[in-house]
Design a protein around this ligand. Sequence first.
Ligand code: UDP
Ligand code: MG
Length: 312
Amino acid sequence: MKKISVIVPCYNEEETIELYYKEMQKVMKKIKNTEFELIFINDGSSDKTLDILRNLSKNKDVRYISFSRNFGKEAGIYAGLKYATGDYIGLMDVDLQDPPEMLIDMYNILEEGEYDCVATRRVSREGEPPIRSFFARLYYKIINKISKTEIVDGARDFRLMTRQMVNSILEVTEYNRFSIGIFRWVGYKTKWLEYKNVERVAGTTKWSFWKLFLYSLESIVAFSTVPLSIASIFGILFCFVAFIIILIIIVRTLIFGDPTSGWPSMACIMFLIGGIQLLCTGIIGQYLSKTYLEVKNRPVYIVKETEKGLEK
Ligand code: UDP
Ligand code: MG
């Protein structure tokens, strides 16, 4: 009998957890001859999420991990992958934006044995502000130009993977975790299923536009070093331009003498070069700060409590 683990990160989700579990019970019944383990991760919620999970864990297919504070969804996913004991391991949001019935297809595809992972991507962005969709598209264009790891447009975390693939993911122990990139980076054969955007059943999204923006910058730093070469490119370009300007000035001075003029253009050039220098220093700073965090080697998450009681 195969065991399926499903990892469900929850942050202030008191309104959705029970709805989710109800839907999942229907699906779990439909997948025959398997055993399920739902691993909920309470990511430092400040509402009743933990109480609900404690209660729910009386069911033998429910486990939970509770963090000592909010560590972010990526940390939740990592913790879940570590705790999961299944032969197949899935990731899902608790807000029912990931249609549970799709698990049935995913399971059947993995059982055929050709694929190591069945992942999902959203093909429509209905119910999303147009400005957000615009920036999302722009983001995928940029990151796929500058990263060797392909980041699939609209890819969700919702997926089911084999134990072998999860073991490989766990070998990637970096602190700045950008899971969608890591899933791609470890390789293996992935089948993509497409579906239309579903709005969350209750509660609100935890992602503001600003948070998403910062997250996208982080993913670029995590999966590309191209921005680091911007400084060199500008450097070469500016040296070349400066060389030509020097020649022009020498020739002009020799021919026309040296009237003092042109200070406004000089000021503009100083601002431009100063700005570009700061930009490049900033980019280096981004990478340096990430390196600093990696070197400190802090744990990605801290568990306070699991369904077995307080962590020792
Ligand atoms: N989540 C989490 N930690 C966080 C933020 C979100 O575990 O710091 C969980 C959240 O409970 C949900 C999933 O991640 O199950 C996706 O979050 P959300 O629905 O807010 O994001 P969206 O679907 O709008 O991208
Ligand atoms: Mg959601």
